[in-house]
Write a protein that binds this ligand. Structure first.
Ligand SMILES: [Zn+2]
Length: 110
């Protein structure tokens, strides 16, 4: 559905949303519109060209759910601003991520 990397935690939300959209389209005999999801500034963005209010509501719901779900592991959390780095991750995932960055920039002892 998207070339942009979406964390496992958010992928679950997207899969559920896509399932509901397909169900809705099957029940109304319409073609499911193409939805593209990207992760930007710690937010889940979903682009979908449709006038169908039911689908628009499903997308709004998914975005709201993502805003309080860790994009990595799916744990409940809120949007965090860590030194200008805006993410929606739980504390454990932020720590793991920062540790990785720190380890990769660490200088070897002389
Ligand atoms: Zn997490």
């Amino acid at each position: 559905m998207s070339r942009d990397p979406i964390g496992k935690g958010w992928q679950v939300i997207l899969d559920e949303m896509n399932g509901r959209i397909r169900q809705h389209c099957a029940s109304t005999s319409s073609t499911a519109p193409k939805a593209t999801a990207v992760s930007k500034f710690g937010e889940l963005w979903i682009f979908c060209d449709t006038d169908d209010q039911v689908i628009r509501d499903l997308i709004t719901q998914a975005r709201k759910q993502a805003s309080r779900t860790c994009d990595d592991c799916g744990a409940p959390t809120t949007r965090q601003n860590r030194d200008g780095w805006i993410v929606t991750k739980c504390q454990a995932c932020i720590d793991a991520h920062l540790e990785k960055i720190w380890a990769s920039t660490r200088h070897s002892p002389t």
